[in-house]
Design a protein around this ligand. Structure first.
Ligand SMILES: Nc1nc2c(c(=O)[nH]1)N[C@H]1C(S)=C(S)[C@@H](COP(=O)(O)OP(=O)(O)OC[C@H]3O[C@@H](n4cnc5c(=O)[nH]c(N)nc54)[C@H](O)[C@@H]3O)O[C@H]1N2
Ligand SMILES: Nc1nc2c(c(=O)[nH]1)N[C@H]1C(S)=C(S)[C@@H](COP(=O)(O)OP(=O)(O)OC[C@H]3O[C@@H](n4cnc5c(=O)[nH]c(N)nc54)[C@H](O)[C@@H]3O)O[C@H]1N2
Ligand SMILES: [Mo]
Length: 727
C-alpha cells in the first residue's frame, strides 16, 4: 500500500491527498490498490487518452491504470506539442472520474428545479423519453418541436453522435452557430478563404511574436513552450490585451488597449507601414486583391493620432510597434478568440490579418496571422450521419440561434419548441441572459440532459442521463490549433451506470423501435472500438501519412505539410488571392475592406465595461467545480482598478454588486492595477457550491460576423456594460 501510494502521488491526485479533503478522501481510488490477499501484485497498464475539451491544446495523455483504477494521467511525450506535460485541469482528471459528485444513474426530477430527484432505471428513462418523442410527433406531425442544444463539453469525433441521435428520429430544431470563435472565422474566410494556421510548434522560428487578445499562459499552456523557445532564440514578444494577463507578464512589451478598438490599432500600424514604405510590394502584387483600395482607405481615413485616441495607446508606442513588426521577419501574430467577442470583432480581425499581408508575413515560416484551423477534421462523422426515419415530415432541421437561444426558443412557432435535449452543453451557465434561459427551460414540456455532474442546466431538466468520461469510452481527437491526432482508448470500465452519448443513442433507438417500429434509424448496437475505425477515410489517412487507421494505436500522429499556412500562395477565396477587398464580405453586409467599425460605448447608467474571459482552473463549467480545484481557489472575484474602487468606496474583499438592466452578480472585489480604470473583469466559470454566474449580466448582443461559416453571428460577450455598488 505504501508503495502504491507513492506511485499514485505522481499525478495531481497528489493535490487532493496532500490538502486532505476530509470526508471525500474515502472516495479516492486508493482502495483499488489494496489486494484482498494483502500481496503487492497489481496489474498495471498504460492507456492512450486524449483530452476532448474545447481547448487549443487537445492533449495526448497517458493514463496509468492499476487493477482497473486510474492512478494518474500525464502528458504523452510522443506528441511534441503536448511534450510530456499536461495542465492543472488534466492533472485532476482522476478526480473528475472518481468524484463523489458524478451523476451515477439516470434520474427523474419531480418538479423541474425542485431538486426532488429519484433514481430510475435506464429502461424507464428510455421509455419516458421515447414516449415523449412519439407523443410530440403525433401531436405536431413532426419532430421539429424537439430542440437539440449541444456544443463543446466533449469534442471527440464520435461525440458528434449527439447530433446523430436527433437526426435519426426526424427533422428537429437545432441550436446553430457557436458562442466561441465565429466572428474571427468569417473574417479569415473573407481574407484567406478559410481559417488555417501554421503549426504552432513553428512559433519558435519567429523573431517577433504578437499575442493579440489571447492568453495562452492560461488557455493554451503548451504553446507557451514554443513562445519561450522563440524568446530564447532572440525573438521579441508583445502582448496586446485590455488586461495585464499572465501571458503579458511573460512578454517583453505589454500594450494595454481599450477593449474592442484593436482595428484602430492595426489600421494605425498599417498607416505607419504605408507612410514609411515598409510594406512588401512584391508580395502584394503577386498574392493579393484590393491592396490599392486598402491603401487608399488608410490614406484618406486613418491617422496615428486618431488610432491613439481610440485605443488609449500613444502614437509613439504605435509607431514603434509598427516599425518593429514590419522590419523584423518572420513576425508572427496570434489572434485570440477573446478579442473577437465584440460587435466589431470580425472587422478587427480583418484589420490585423491585413498587417500580416502587407508586410509579406503570410506564408512565411514563423510568420502569419494565426487564428485556428479545421483542416485536420476531415473525418467521416459516421456516428453523426443518420437519415431521418422513412416518411419523416419536412425537409431539413430548423435552426435557432445558439447565441440568442432563449429568445429564439421562446419565439419559435409552427411548431413551437416543446422538448429539449441537452448534451455536452451547459446553457444555464454558459449562455448570456441567464434569466431568460431559465424561462425558456421552464416553458418546455420535457427536458432531457446528459451530463457528468449536477450543474445548473441539469437542475432545470426532467430526466438526467449519466455520461462517461473520456477514460471510459473509446474515440479519436484532433485540435483546432495544432495538427496532432490522438486515439482515445477505453482505459477503465464505465463507472456507476454511466454510458457514452453514442450508447445512449443506441439504447434510445432500441426503445423507440420497440414502441413504434421504424421510428428511429440509429443503430441499436455496435462495437465502439470498431466505430472509431469507421471515422477514417482515404483522405484523412493520406493527410496524416497513415496506411491504415490502426496505426494510430501506436501513438499520436501529426498531419503532414502543415508547418506553414499558405506557403503555396493558393488562397481559398473566390479570386484565389488574399482579399483585402472581399465581395463576399460585402454580400454578408460588411464593408468589403477591413475598415474600422465603431466599438460599443458605455452608457451613463452602466459606465464600465465588464469583460468575462476564460478562467485558468476551468474549461468553462468544467473542472473548477471539483473539490480539488476548490482547494486551490474557491471563489470568483470582480477585478477592479484601485482608482475605480475608490470612486465607489470599495475596499479589497468587499462584496460588490455588479449590475445592469438585465441582472446582477455579487462577488468580492480584488483591487488590481492589471485592469484598466474603466473596465472591470470577472472570469466566467462554475463553482458547484456558489450561486455565481456572471452571465446574468451579459446580454445576447451579436458580434458582427460568423454567419457565413457557422450559420449565425458570434456573440459580443465582452460588450457588456455594468455599474458597481458596494453591498
Ligand atoms: N484554462 C482555460 N483554457 C481554455 C478555456 C477555458 O475556459 N479555460 N476555454 C477554451 C476555449 S472554448 C476557448 S474559445 C479558448 C479561448 O482562449 P483565448 O483565445 O485566450 O480567449 P479568452 O481567454 O476568452 O480571451 C483572451 C484575452 O482576450 C482579451 N480580450 C478581450 N477583449 C479584447 C479586446 O477587445 N482586445 C484585445 N486585444 N483583447 C481582448 C481578454 O482580456 C483575454 O485576456 O480557450 C480555450 N482554453
Ligand atoms: N460570459 C462568458 N460566457 C461564455 C464565454 C465567455 O468568454 N464569457 N465563452 C463562451 C465560449 S468561447 C464557449 S466555447 C462556451 C462553452 O460552453 P459549453 O459548450 O456549455 O462548455 P462546457 O461548460 O465546457 O461543457 C458543457 C457541459 O458538457 C458536459 N460534458 C462533458 N463531457 C461530456 C460528454 O461526453 N457528454 C455529455 N453529454 N456531456 C459532457 C460538461 O460536464 C458540461 O456540463 O461558453 C461561452 N460562454
Ligand atoms: Mo470557446
Amino acid at each position: 500500500m505504501k508503495l502504491k501510494r507513492r506511485t499514485f502521488l505522481k499525478g495531481a491526485a497528489a493535490t487532493g491527498a496532500l490538502v486532505g479533503l476530509g470526508a471525500t478522501q474515502t472516495e479516492f481510488p486508493f482502495q483499488g490498490l489494496m489486494k484482498v490477499d494483502g500481496s503487492d501484485q497489481t496489474t498495471k497498464k498504460v492507456f492512450q487518452n486524449a483530452c476532448p475539451r474545447n481547448c487549443y491544446d487537445t492533449c495526448s495523455m497517458l493514463t496509468t491504470v492499476e487493477d482497473g483504477v486510474i492512478q494518474f494521467v500525464e502528458g504523452n511525450p510522443q506528441n511534441t506539442y503536448t511534450n510530456g506535460t499536461i495542465c492543472v485541469k488534466g492533472n485532476v482528471y482522476p478526480r473528475t472520474v472518481y468524484s463523489p459528485d458524478r451523476i451515477k444513474y439516470p434520474m427523474r426530477q419531480k418538479g423541474r428545479g425542485s431538486g426532488n430527484w429519484e433514481r430510475i432505471s435506464w429502461d424507464e428513462a428510455y421509455t419516458e423519453i421515447a414516449e415523449n418523442i412519439l407523443k410530440i410527433k403525433k401531436e405536431y406531425g413532426s419532430t421539429l418541436p424537439i430542440c437539440l442544444n449541444k456544443y463543446s463539453g466533449n469534442f471527440e469525433i464520435m461525440h458528434y453522435g449527439i447530433e446523430g441521435t436527433m437526426s435519426s428520429i426526424g427533422y428537429t430544431t437545432r441550436a446553430t452557430g457557436t458562442p466561441c470563435w465565429p466572428a474571427g472565422i468569417d473574417a479569415q474566410t473573407f481574407d484567406f478563404g478559410t481559417i488555417l494556421n501554421s503549426d504552432p510548434e513553428k512559433m519558435q522560428k519567429s523573431k517577433y511574436i504578437i499575442l493579440w487578445g489571447v492568453n495562452p499562459a492560461w488557455t493554451a499552456v503548451h504553446s507557451m513552450n514554443f513562445i519561450e523557445a522563440a524568446k530564447a532564440n532572440g525573438a521579441k514578444v508583445v502582448v496586446i490585451d485590455p488586461i495585464l494577463t499572465n501571458t503579458a507578464g511573460k512578454a517583453h512589451d505589454f500594450i494595454q488597449i481599450k477593449s474592442s478598438t484593436d482595428g484602430a490599432l492595426a489600421l494605425g500600424m498599417a498607416k505607419y507601414i504605408l507612410d514609411n514604405g515598409l510594406f512588401d510590394q512584391q508580395w502584394l502584387e503577386k498574392n493579393s486583391k484590393g491592396y490599392r483600395e486598402f491603401f487608399g482607405y488608410l490614406d484618406n481615413n486613418i491617422t496615428l493620432e486618431w488610432a491613439a485616441e481610440k485605443t488609449g495607446v500613444s502614437v509613439d508606442v504605435i509607431e514603434n510597434l509598427a516599425r518593429e513588426y514590419a522590419t523584423t521577419k518572420p513576425a508572427n501574430i496570434w489572434i485570440g478568440y477573446g478579442m473577437q467577442r465584440h460587435t466589431n470583432g470580425g472587422q478587427n480581425v480583418r484589420a490585423i490579418d491585413a498587417l500580416a499581408a502587407i508586410t509579406g508575413n503570410v506564408g512565411l515560416e514563423g510568420g502569419g496571422a494565426n487564428y485556428a484551423q479545421l483542416d485536420s477534421w476531415g473525418f467521416n462523422y459516421h456516428a453523426m450521419i443518420h437519415p431521418p426515419p422513412e416518411g419523416s415530415e419536412g425537409e431539413a432541421n430548423r435552426p435557432v440561434n445558439m447565441n440568442n437561444f432563449a429568445a429564439d426558443v421562446l419565439a419559435a412557432e409552427d411548431p413551437p419548441i416543446k422538448m429539449m435535449w441537452i448534451a455536452g452543453r451547459n446553457p444555464v451557465q454558459q449562455d448570456p441572459e441567464t434569466t431568460l434561459i431559465k424561462k425558456a427551460f421552464h416553458a418546455m414540456d420535457f427536458v432531457v440532459t446528459a451530463d457528468l455532474f449536477m450543474n445548473k442546466t441539469v437542475e432545470l431538466s426532467d430526466i438526467v442521463l449519466p455520461v462517461t468520461t473520456p477514460f471510459e469510452t473509446p474515440g479519436v481527437n484532433v485540435s483546432y490549433w495544432h495538427y496532432w491526432m490522438t486515439l482515445n482508448e477505453q482505459a477503465i470500465k464505465p463507472l456507476h451506470e454511466s454510458k457514452s452519448d453514442v450508447e445512449i443513442a443506441m439504447g434510445l433507438s432500441e426503445k423507440m423501435n420497440e414502441l413504434e417500429p421504424g421510428s428511429c434509424t440509429y443503430p441499436t448496437s455496435g462495437d465502439l472500438n470498431e466505430w472509431v475505425g469507421k471515422e477514417f477515410n482515404e483522405t484523412i489517412l493520406e493527410q496524416f501519412g497513415m496506411n491504415t487507421w490502426e496505426e494510430i494505436k501506436d501513438g499520436p500522429v501529426k498531419m503532414k505539410n502543415m508547418e506553414v499556412a499558405w506557403k503555396d500562395g493558393k488562397f481559398r477565396t473566390p479570386s484565389e488571392k488574399y482579399e483585402f477587398y472581399s465581395e463576399e464580405a460585402e454580400q454578408f453586409g460588411h464593408h468589403p475592406l477591413p475598415v474600422y467599425v465603431e466599438e460599443m460605448k458605455s452608457t451613463e447608467d452602466h459606465p464600465y465595461r465588464c469583460i468575462t474571459p476564460h478562467w485558468k482552473l476551468s474549461i468553462h463549467s468544467q473542472f473548477q467545480d471539483l473539490d480539488w480545484m476548490e482547494a486551490i481557489n474557491d471563489k470568483p472575484y470582480v477585478e477592479i482598478h484601485p482608482e475605480l474602487a475608490a470612486r465607489h468606496h470599495i475596499k479589497a474583499d468587499d462584496l460588490v454588486k455588479v449590475y445592469n438592466e438585465i441582472g446582477y452578480v455579487t462577488v468580492p472585489a480584488k483591487l488590481t492595477r492589471t485592469v484598466q480604470v474603466e473596465e472591470v473583469v470577472i472570469y466566467e466559470t462554475w463553482y458547484k457550491n456558489l450561486n455565481y454566474n456572471v452571465n446574468y449580466t451579459v446580454k445576447a448582443i451579436p458580434a458582427d460576423m460568423g454567419e457565413k461559416a457557422t450559420g449565425m453571428p458570434g456573440i459580443a460577450f465582452h460588450d457588456n456594460f455594468v455599474n458597481l455598488e458596494k453591498v
